[in-house]
Design a protein around this ligand. Structure first.
Ligand code: FAD
Ligand code: TPP
Ligand code: MG
Length: 595
């Protein structure tokens, strides 16, 4: 069925592209459907309401796209966003006006902060009613303006096809991002002449640069080859630009150490010795020390986030030259002043850099590099992710993630997470070797994304295993989607690291607020086993370390079922290393002995 859907969608897109229909009189809603088909859309996550009923009617009459009825609009956007992160395609969500839009706002902001390509179609009250406090009216364009790459209010059905063409183009080109298309009800009802989906789009004011400046790339190469202590720092941009192959080639040619941010995990294989782990607040000793002490830093598709560089004054204390490759000029020198800016697409720039390395006779300073690696190996010896298994009757959260990784590292698996301590443990202990396998909210840090992300991915990747590592706090923010998982047969495996605390908050209160645990303990938690069963799924309670592996094994065997594993983990465990607020990159707390 899935293959048929993909084939149907491709056939519909090809037909739309090759045989523009003789002009037809179509309702706006029908034009919208044709546009989505021409874009090759296969899935739409959404929730109906008055303002979008003509659109739902048009969806009813087609069979190339599957609509997934979620239980809350926030989850529609997250599911489409998860699909986009895993596949690289534009994710599509559809919501009604007013509360449909406001419910979707968190999802849109989440995608915006992580630069995810999406088109969100929102219903609007009829054009004549706009501004009159109409039923379910809200200023969608105004509300979403700061959290979208672009938004449109379509006032005439004749503009629909070109607006959709622009929306998809803007969403997926340059620095990707979400685009909102607001469609008043009368525009979806009125008829217009449809002469086919536009083949191309021209926007004079929007022309993202792809090719980096050759002179700048040459300068960067010279700097890289004369470095004594080089370091490569890459981020989400490498995944967004599908440049993992180029990155691997470059790093292997140079033999330099590398780190991937939380958003870039999997861009370079975690199992390779050249990989030093994640940088930043919960990064490794070796990655953070290398960031601080390198003399040349090559930043690629990473935006010097405050969680990555720590206190900027401390970061600036060490003298280093910085090369920054980013497709968005406004990302460059935004937080840290750089020496060689290169505006361009990561794939193009890295390809150019690789061919220049092949041509040049200059070689890196092998002696200096060997000494640098010795220093790094010294830092690595600290084994900063080692954890104490503690007493034999309490489950360490790190152990759950490590066990999952050991069991699935050779499998076709995706891992989503929510936000909190469990997210950091997932990032630290699941060692991602491949791109687009780790799906999480980094920039906005949105609790509640884990389950919708997983169900969005599972729909697109029915033969892959999809795990959601979550906390008992986060999972309750979109738990209603367990119902959607049943209806659309998207069996996911939920691994809840249940510490009975809003653990990340509790950790900060312990370390920064002298142990005043203000409202971070959650009492009266539901019985997750019964809850999963009530939704038609399988629930498991796991309380002892020796039961962790058997539970995961059993859950994996239940291929066609969604399984909720409630792992009762150590409530007082903290995430280490940790850089406290205001501290520098090398001022890490490495364990409870440092508190
Ligand atoms: C609880 C919590 C703790 C966190 N702790 C850490 C931590 O310890 N370490 C950490 O790393 N993060 C951490 N984060 C995540 C952090 O908040 C940021 O989201 C993350 O560091 C940003 O990653 P990035 O720099 O790779 O940027 P992204 O947000 O992924 O941005 C990508 C950059 O690449 C550019 N780009 C996009 N496409 C292309 C292209 N085709 N070519 C070139 N450039 C392109 C974009 O313009 C942008 O500048 C944490 C988040 C949470 C919620
Ligand atoms: C929607 C939202 N509200 C509040 C926060 C602030 N916050 C960050 S982590 C966290 C605790 C998460 O608790 P849980 O899901 O149980 O994960 P744990 O940290 O215990 O692993 C909170 C409240 C957030 N990131 N997102
Ligand atoms: Mg918790």
């Amino acid at each position: 069925m899935e293959i048929n859907r993909a084939e149907n969608a491709l056939a519909a897109a090809a037909a739309a592209a090759q045989n523009p229909p003789e002009s037809q009189e179509l309702m706006g809603a029908e034009i919208l459907v044709k546009a989505l088909q021409a874009e090759g859309v296969q899935y739409i996550w959404g929730y109906p309401g008055g303002a979008v009923l003509y659109i739902y009617d048009a969806l009813y009459k087609q069979d190339t796209m599957q609509h997934v009825l979620v239980r809350h609009e926030q989850a529609a956007v997250h599911a489409a966003d998860g699909y986009a992160r895993a596949t690289g395609e534009v994710g599509v969500a559809l919501v009604t006006s007013g509360p449909g839009v406001t419910n979707a706002v968190t999802g849109i902001a989440t995608a915006y902060m992580d630069s995810i390509p999406m088109v969100i179609i929102t219903g609007q009250v009829p054009t004549a009613a706009i501004g009159l406090d109409a039923f379910q009216e809200c200023d969608t364009v105004g509300i979403t303006r700061p959290i979208v790459k672009h938004n449109f209010l379509v006032k005439d059905p004749r503009d629909l096809a070109m607006t959709l063409k622009k929306a998809f183009h803007i969403a997926r080109t340059g620095r990707p991002g979400p685009v909102v298309v607001d469609i008043p009800k009368d525009v979806s009802f009125q008829k217009a002449t449809y002469t086919g989906y536009p083949k191309s789009v021209e926007m004079r004011s929007y022309n993202p640069v792809r090719k980096g400046h050759g002179g700048q790339i040459r300068k960067a190469l010279q700097l890289l080859l004369t470095a004594k202590r080089p370091f490569i720092y890459t981020g989400g941009g490498v995944l967004l630009g599908n440049a993992t192959e180029e990155l691997r080639t470059l790093v292997n040619m140079l033999g330099y150490p590398i780190t991937n941010t939380l958003m870039g995990l999997g861009a370079f294989p975690a199992s390779d010795r050249k990989y030093l782990g994640m940088p930043g607040m919960h990064g490794t000793v070796e990655a953070n020390n290398a960031m601080q002490h390198c003399d040349v830093l090559l930043a690629v598709g990473a935006r010097f986030d405050d969680r990555v560089i720590g206190n900027p004054k401390h970061f600036a204390q060490n003298d280093r030259k910085i090369i920054h490759v980013d497709i968005d000029p406004s990302s460059i020198s935004k937080r840290v002043k750089v020496d060689i800016p290169i505006v361009g697409d990561v794939k193009d720039v890295l390809t150019e850099l690789i061919s220049m390395i092949r041509e040049t006779t200059t070689r890196a300073d092998a002696g200096a590099l060997a000494a640098w690696w010795d220093t790094i190996e010294g830092w690595r010896q600290r084994d900063c992710l080692k954890y104490d298994m503690g007493s034999s009757d309490v489950i360490k959260p790190q152990y759950v993630v490590e066990t999952l990784w050991n069991m699935t590292k050779d499998a076709d698996a995706y891992v989503t997470s929510d936000v909190g301590q469990h997210q950091m443990w997932a990032a630290q202990y699941y060692r991602f070797d491949e791109p687009r396998r780790w799906i999480n909210s980094g920039g906005l840090g949105t609790m509640g994304v884990g389950v919708p992300y997983a169900m969005g991915i599972k729909l697109a990747k029915p033969d892959s295993e999809v795990f959601c590592i979550t906390g008992e706090g986060s999972v309750q923010m979109n738990i209603q989607e367990l119902s959607t998982c049943l209806q659309y047969n998207t069996p996911i495996k939920i691994c809840a690291l249940n510490n009975r605390y809003l653990g990340m908050v509790r950790q900060w209160q312990e370390i920064e607020y002298s142990g005043r645990y203000s409202h971070s303990y959650m009492d009266a938690l539901p019985n997750f086993v019964k809850l999963a069963e009530a939704y038609g799924h399988v629930g498991m309670l796991i309380e002892r370390p020796q039961d962790v592996e058997p539970a995961l094994r059993e859950a994996r065997k239940l291929k066609d079922r969604t399984v909720f594993m409630d792992f009762r983990t150590d409530p007082t465990e903290n995430v280490f290393p940790m850089i406290q607020a205001g501290k520098g990159l090398t001022e890490m707390l490495l364990g409870s002995e440092d508190l």
